[in-house]
Design a protein around this ligand. Structure first.
Ligand code: ADP
Ligand code: MG
Length: 697
């Protein structure tokens, strides 16, 4: 049997050294196996031919059949174009070319029947199709209904290696394949996942026999791609856990119980209780916990973190909490110190600006075990910070930390401590499974009782009068207001409201109130002082950049105004909105934009106005932007070069793939069974070039 992977494409009919070199360089395709793995990005249904009179202004690519009656060229030089009037007896449209005019005039003749394919658009009163695809009628009759389209680069196109040429090459390749393609999944998985065989899938992905078979082919290939991705991640995680083991927190002791009975200021929500049970099961299992805790802003994650830390302390371990900013770390420190005041634990704050003397004192307390809980920033992962017996690490707002940073904390004890990662930037489950495939996921999907959902409004920036009136009313009734700007200094976009200008403007509008300002370029002490004015209620309005995005907790603030809201991403808007609605009053978030908005921006704003549900927003964000741009994916270290699966749309397939990958590893952790030999081979083949998970061990 021949091996497609070792057969060079240059020996295929219709390829040759020149085209082969292009395919190498432009698409990384060297072997026939590579070529077969280059899938179409879309299929166009050519089973239906439209009549010209059916065309309306809102059609995708369509197929027409008729004759060109006359060619005309217009314009000179760069604006020269060729128009062909095209009719099928029911109407007339124009075919237009801006390039390759000579070639078109030589190739196509008036009066001959052609099939024309393209996207009609309306110009003036006449529909036209720019750069249509034109074929003799007979040629099209040989193509089945669904025509595949392959992505090609500009360079390839100038060498006539366009989609159609690739399709032809693919056809030649397929003709050379004599025996069925070797299977890449074990038989039991094929049966269990109910997928078709690889040979059938490959045939139909390139040459769909029917819409149904195409769908089955896509399902099979998506499943396979996601399955190997999951198998790889899960295998690594399990290996790691087995090798290293984890600290066992057997008992619930005084720290936890005393806190629960005497310090806890309110009843836990059911979601908090459920998550605590999940954590308790993890830390009691003898395997290292790696858990992602997702919960919307204000859902009470801090409390869950604290109570998990108490579990560690009850078992003779220390715990630490790492936050992305100094402000946030300080706030956590204050909250937590206050909460555990009665049970006599030593809690310390360690950040970049901790004084040398204090730092030495804290370092010492960490080493001899006097300090129970440490809260800090990146300063915690410095090599100079060493613990007596670190058992649990909590990381807040994980999207700011990468895999590598997480890994550094693993090394702070003889075995890796348990890790709880918290985020208020919800990640759709499907994405979390891929990006944080090594983490189990817990969700707090319930807010503490008594919160009124924030009301979100969209206003255009040319009507500020009524807005300022309502701000004044809010302040008169004792509330505070945030106003957020996207930039600190005026950039080349002079229409952008700049923070300092805004600050002055607001001071002029509200001379009777105190306005403070916070931005990222301030010195920490200065920032802290301004922040403190607001926290203490001395300033009624805070003008700020996104530095307030995470963590800041001022329950009395009830209005969040976001200027140039069109400049913010969905998850950022949601984070900012989370700064209000923390008290008992009705809160408002006002998104101010200019009148002219792109389609996508309008959608973003609409979603924000419609829902407060962080998961729904994350889902929408993923749909709008795709996974590559999502916060967190860049740091994750996983290249998002999926060939066929789409994480935004294929959540169910991903779940199935993960379940089956887990099943495989339950049965055969080493993949040593004969029937799993193929899994090993495939893993090696797929991941030889990709991210090396062992880097984080
Ligand atoms: P986040 O999940 O955004 O980190 P926090 O932990 O800061 O949320 O909690 C937000 C607020 O809700 C805090 O003031 C906290 O004291 C309060 N809180 C947390 N849990 C509860 C609860 N079960 N009942 C009432 N209030 C709660
Ligand atoms: Mg928080």
């Amino acid at each position: 049997m021949f091996d497609l992977d070792s057969r060079d494409i240059k020996f295929l009919p219709g390829v040759g050294p020149q085209k082969a070199a292009l395919l190498n360089k432009e698409l990384g395709i060297y072997s026939c196996g590579d070529l077969l793995g280059y899938f179409p990005y879309k299929y166009i249904d050519r089973s239906r031919t439209y009549k010209i009179r059916e065309i309306d202004g809102n059609m995708p690519y369509i197929q027409l059949r008729g004759r060109i009656t006359i060619f005309e060229t217009q314009g000179e030089g760069k604006s020269r174009r060729l128009t062909g009037k095209f009719t099928d007896g029911t109407g007339v449209i124009e075919l237009i070319w801006f390039k390759g005019i000579k070639y078109i005039l030589e190739k196509y003749k008036t009066g001959v029947e052609y099939t024309v394919f393209g996207k009609p658009s309306l110009y003036g009163h006449v529909f036209n199709i720019a750069h249509p695809e034109i074929d003799p009628v007979e040629a099209i009759e040989k193509i089945p209904g669904l025509q595949p389209y392959y992505n090609t680069t500009e360079k390839m196109k100038t060498h006539f290696l366009h989609s159609k040429a690739l399709q032809k090459i693919m056809y030649h390749l397929w003709q050379t394949i004599q025996s069925p393609l070797p299977e890449t999944l074990p038989a039991w998985i094929i049966a269990r996942a109910q997928v078709i065989y690889r040979h059938e899938a490959m045939r139909n992905i390139h040459f769909p026999q029917s819409p149904d078979l195409l769908r089955k082919a896509q399902f099979r290939l998506k499943f396979e791609e996601l399955f190997y991705l999951q198998l790889n991640i899960l295998r690594f995680t399990r290996l790691q856990q087995r090798k290293l083991g984890g600290f066992r927190f057997d008992k619930i002791g005084n720290a936890f119980n005393d806190f629960y009975h005497t310090c806890l200021p309110f009843e836990l929500t059911n979601a908090q209780k459920r998550v605590l049970k999940e954590i308790r099961a993890d830390v009691g299992s003898g395997i290292q916990m790696n858990r992602l805790l997702q919960g919307d802003v204000g859902s009470g994650k801090t409390l869950v973190a604290l109570m998990s830390m108490l579990m560690a302390i009850d078992n003779g371990f220390q715990a630490c909490l790492m936050a992305p900013t100094e402000i946030l770390a300080t706030q956590h420190f204050e909250t937590i110190s206050e909460l555990v005041k009665k049970i006599g634990l030593r809690v310390e704050l360690l950040t970049g600006s901790t004084k040398k003397k204090d730092r030495e004192r804290i370092h010492e307390g960490l080493l001899n075990g006097d300090v129970h809980i440490t809260i800090g920033t990146h300063a915690l992962i410095e090599d100079t910070v060493n613990f007596f017996n670190l058992g649990l690490v909590v990381i807040d707002e994980q999207h700011r930390f990468g895999v590598a940073q997480r890994a550094r904390l693993w090394k702070k004890n003889s075995r890796p401590p348990h890790v709880l990662v918290m985020t208020a930037t919800p990640i759709p489950r499907t994405l979390a499974m891929t990006v944080y495939g090594d983490l189990e996921v817990s969700v707090i999907d319930e807010l503490p009782p008594g919160r009124k959902p924030v009301q979100t409004l969209h206003r255009y920036d040319n009507r500020r009068g009524p807005l300022y009136d309502s701000i004044r009313k809010q302040i008169q009734s004792g509330r505070q207001v945030y106003i957020v700007y996207p930039l600190i200094q005026e950039s080349e976009h002079s229409d952008l409201k700049n923070l300092e200008e805004g600050y002055k403007h607001i001071q002029e509008i509200f001379p009777e109130y105190k306005v403070c300002m916070v931005h990222g370029k301030m010195k920490p002490a200065e920032k802290e002082a301004e922040m403190q004015k607001f926290v203490a209620g001395k300033a009624q309005i805070m003008v700020a950049t996104t530095v307030i995005e995470v963590g800041v907790n001022v329950p009395n603030a009830s209005v969040m105004i976001i200027e140039n809201a069109e400049r913010f991403g969905l998850s950022q808007l949601h984070q900012l909105r989370g700064r209000v609605g923390r008290g008992a009053d009705q809160s408002y978030c006002i998104l101010i934009t200019s009148y002219k908005l792109s389609e996508e921006t309008r959608k973003r704003i609409e979603i924000m106005v419609r829902t407060n549900d962080g998961f729904e927003i994350a889902e929408a964000d993923l749909q709008l932007r795709g996974p590559g741009d999502m916060e967190g994916t860049q740091q994750s270290g996983i290249a998002f070069d999926l060939k066929i699966a789409n994480i935004a749309r294929d959540g169910q397939i991903l779940q199935l793939a993960r379940d089956i990958a887990n099943e495989v590893l339950d049965k055969d952790p080493e993949l040593s069974a004969n029937e799993h030999y193929i899994l090993k081979i495939q893993l090696q083949k797929i991941f030889k070039k990709k991210f090396n998970w062992s880097l984080i061990s």
